[in-house]
Design a protein around this ligand. Sequence first.
Ligand SMILES: [Zn+2]
Ligand SMILES: [Zn+2]
Ligand SMILES: [Zn+2]
Length: 164
Amino acid sequence: MGVGMAKATKKKTAAGVHDHRRCVNRALSSAERACETQGKRLTPLRRRVLELIWDGHAPVKAYDLLRTLAQEHAGAAPATIYRALDFLQDAGLVHRINSQNAYLGCNASDHPHVGHFLLCTSCSNVVEFENDGLAALIDEQARAQGFHVDRQTVEVMGLCRSCQ
Ligand SMILES: [Zn+2]
Ligand SMILES: [Zn+2]
Ligand SMILES: [Zn+2]
């Protein structure tokens, strides 16, 4: 899947076709607010990486980001992109989808949370949901095993409503 911002802004998701520009604008302005609150700096490159990740509601691979950025900045090196991705993850603006080795923009960057994801194996769209009860249950099960949880990521594969 390629990344390119200038193309159509209509996106199809599990919820149907919508004006994706609004999602991108909302994501970028809440990212600016989140960085301000956390005393972090959303540099133009970090902002651009976030914008590219918000190309749609499907996770974006670092490789695709690099390809697009290399066309825009002559000096865009993999290390630069990975540093920007680390920053965006630390700031809670993106999640890493481990099963796809890709990154997804977060809708709820204003508060720390455990991300749970429904991944459609047909259209690649991902829906994030939060459930404190589920997160607590996993913690409890881990504790019972004497296991210390560093980070939780729950990725559920299947078919979204429109792909069934
Ligand atoms: Zn959207
Ligand atoms: Zn999230
Ligand atoms: Zn789907």
